[in-house]
Write a protein that binds this ligand. Structure first.
Ligand code: GLN
Length: 543
């Protein structure tokens, strides 16, 4: 029998619902259960692929090519398993399939209504996750915050499920308890209000995860218990932590796993997270630091800096650093400043390693190229991720091969008729899609095989010749220029065997200079750091 645990957020967004969901999953997995998860995002977009990262954060990509929310990345990292399209839902996806069914007469002449047909479709999708993954538990994270209009139909689906299978459904509210500096006391009222609002949708939380800067003390637990109508034992402290992987262990200290089992009437099970605990201990012992710079552009929004945009890159750096027994110190550097003042690039000298992550469009490109040139010449370990490979190829073509007009066709408008060397170019199939403005879900997406050439740095990292990595891009290294690039010393160390596309490049006579057309960061997990990140950090550590 599959059990369903719904997780919703109260008071405000950004309090770590995704990580809380992943952590509950981790605890149950640690008790020997098969766990799956579903992220529901209330937006109308069919997937996250068409959204600006500044608005939405990172677009995470699964093996099957789903462009989804970064929380699916959290689920993969915590549960150490792959997810796919069934594990991600949006309002757009729900309506798309309901409308398609209506057009196919599948509702047999009925009037198709927002309620119940939309929640029923949601319930179908939730059940499908359990069936596909043969899960004992499915965690369903409802995006947004309780009280907003957008997620109402998903809450209605949850309510209907609880009504139909009361023994199989549990409701967790992740709420925020502020400690305003001016008052100096933790306040429970916003949470009380959030619970009342949730009650208005017909749902009573079974468990409240109390997110706050600090542990929730006894008097506050009591207050939440009385006013939110939950047992005191069901108010679980979720204080801020220095790294998120500690959260499942914190939840366990509060007895969350057993409490969940008790509520479902399942016997207690012993808990085994030995490997996870060992990792946390090892991290705690690390003293030495490595300084890693990420040169990108999607950082600033008003007065604030967003790191969410590159969350998988950050996590991959951490995993690899811990494996190398160092602590990463990550700095965000905006590429645009190297365009305004070229000398600013000298600041890269202070770093042990530099990453240029994925990106789209013109802005900041020349600055990134300047940063890459500096890393190549100053022998600073460099890892280029997708865009980071493409720009490294452009840099090399311009400054080593003498192709002054080397560029990617992504940056030139069709009208331009000056001579260019399109060392990065769009493939004919992609060109056809662009012409028809078919942008959504049409990039080269998901897992593709790659053959790694023996005797290369990449081979040393992977230790095997056939690998599979996840992609998300339209442009590729143009094979017309391959021979020239190789002649001048660029090593093509990974090739897609089906289409003969260059997937990994590297340079000799450099401590570490690697560019990859794929996104290795999507496959890095705390218990299995990505081999390329591992070697990059190893090189950075030596520097
Ligand atoms: N803009 C580039 C492309 O579409 C790179 C994409 C990326 O870095 N993910 O090919």
């Amino acid at each position: 029998m599959t059990r369903y645990i719904f997780v919703a957020g109260g008071v405000m967004s950004g309090v770590g619902k995704g990580v809380a969901t992943a952590s509950i999953g981790k605890i149950l997995q640690g008790k020997g259960f098969a766990v799956s998860a579903l992220k529901i995002d209330p937006y109308v977009n069919v997937d996250a692929g068409t959204m600006n990262p500044l608005e939405h954060g990172e677009v995470f990509v699964t093996d099957d090519g789903t462009e989804c929310d970064q929380d699916v990345g959290n689920y993969e990292r915590f549960l150490n398993r792959d997810f796919g399209t069934v594990n991600y839902l949006t309002t757009g996806r729900v309506y798309q399939s309901v409308i398609a069914r209506e057009r196919n007469l599948e509702y047999k002449g009925k009037c198709v209504e927002v309620v119940p047909h939309i929640p029923l479709e949601v319930i179908d999708r939730i059940k499908r996750v359990g069936q596909k993954d043969k899960a004992d538990f499915v965690l369903i994270e409802i995006g947004g915050t309780v009280g907003e209009y957008q997620n109402l139909l998903f809450l209605e689906a949850a309510r209907m499920m609880k009504h139909t299978f009361p023994q199989q459904v549990l409701f967790v509210l992740v709420s925020y308890l502020p400690v305003p500096a001016i008052i100096g006391e933790m306040k429970t009222k916003p949470t009380q209000t959030a619970v009342r609002t949730l009650n208005a949708t017909g749902i009573q939380p079974d468990i409240i995860l109390a997110r706050s800067e600090v542990l929730v003390d006894k008097p506050r637990k009591k207050k939440i218990s009385v006013f939110c109508d939950v047992d005191e034992k069901d108010v679980i402290s979720a204080p801020d932590v220095d790294f998120i992987y500690k959260i499942p262990l914190n939840f366990e200290k509060e007895g969350l796993g057993d409490r969940i089992l008790e509520k479902f009437g399942i016997k207690k099970k012993s808990h085994d997270m030995a490997e996870w605990k060992a990792l946390m201990r090892a991290i705690g012992r690390v003293k030495k630091t490595v300084k890693i710079a990420i040169v990108g552009k999607y950082f600033e929004t008003g007065d604030f800096v967003l790191s969410d945009v590159y969350i998988s890159v950050i996590e991959a750096i951490k995993h690899a650093s811990w494996e190398n027994r160092v602590k990463p110190e990550i700095t965000w550097l905006s590429a645009e400043k190297y365009e305004k003042s070229p000398d600013a690039v000298q600041e890269l000298k202070q770093y042990d390693g530099v990453i240029v992550p994925g990106g789209f469009g013109n802005r900041g490109v020349e600055g990134k190229i300047r940063a890459i040139e500096f890393c190549r010449k100053a022998k600073i370990p460099y890892l280029g991720l997708c865009f980071g490979l493409q720009l490294a190829v452009i840099e090399f073509a311009r400054h080593v091969c003498g192709l002054k007009s080397a560029i990617s066709t992504e940056f030139v408008s069709g009208k331009q008729n000056q001579k260019i060397d399109a060392v990065i170019d769009v493939m004919p199939d992609q060109q056809a899609l662009l012409k028809e403005k078919r942008y959504g879900g049409t990039m080269r997406l998901g897992a593709y095989p790659c053959r790694v050439q023996k005797g290369t740095l990449a081979f040393r990292a992977y230790g095997k010749t056939m690998i599979s990595e996840r992609h998300r891009h339209r442009y590729e290294l143009n094979n017309t220029y391959r021979a020239l690039l190789e002649k001048k010393g660029m090593v093509m160390s990974g090739i897609n065997p089906e289409r003969d596309l260059v997937e990994i490049i590297e340079l000799k006579n450099h401590p570490f200079f690697v560019g990859v057309q794929f996104h290795p960061e999507f496959k890095s997990r705390p218990l299995s750091p990505h081999p390329l990140f591992r070697e990059f950090i190893k090189a950075a550590k030596k520097g």
